[in-house]
Design a protein around this ligand. Structure first.
Ligand SMILES: [Zn+2]
Length: 112
């Protein structure tokens, strides 16, 4: 249970997060969860990833949101529209940069 001060901080944090563009939110998410091990089994590599889903005819399409290989010079509201399939793990990934890093396996990839 949160204290009154923690509730205030949470409210302020939620207000701030609501102001972020999708790209800024993705960067914040990966910075906030970097190094967080979600598995109880050593070397399993459990970690959180950010995904975007959309309903399609056959069910749901899942795109894992990827960060760029190089963070230079991206505007805050760059669209997350570069899509590709990871050559290593087969995940469908999407980023604002063509040169991206698969958030599932960490392999450098390419979106178009
Ligand atoms: Zn991958």
């Amino acid at each position: 249970m949160l204290t009154a001060n923690e509730m205030l901080m949470k409210t302020e944090a939620l207000k701030w997060v609501a102001t972020l563009s999708d790209k800024q939110f993705a960067e914040f998410f990966y910075e906030a969860t970097h190094g967080r091990d979600t598995s109880d089994i050593p070397d399993e590599g459990g970690h959180f990833v950010l995904a975007d889903v959309a309903r399609i005819e056959s069910g749901w399409e899942i795109n894992y949101i990827a960060v760029p290989q190089d963070y230079d010079e991206w505007i805050d509201d760059a669209p997350i529209c570069q899509e590709g399939e990871c050559a290593q793990c087969g995940s469908v990934v999407r980023s604002w940069a063509k040169d991206l890093v698969c958030p599932v396996c960490g392999t450098n990839g390419y979106g178009s």
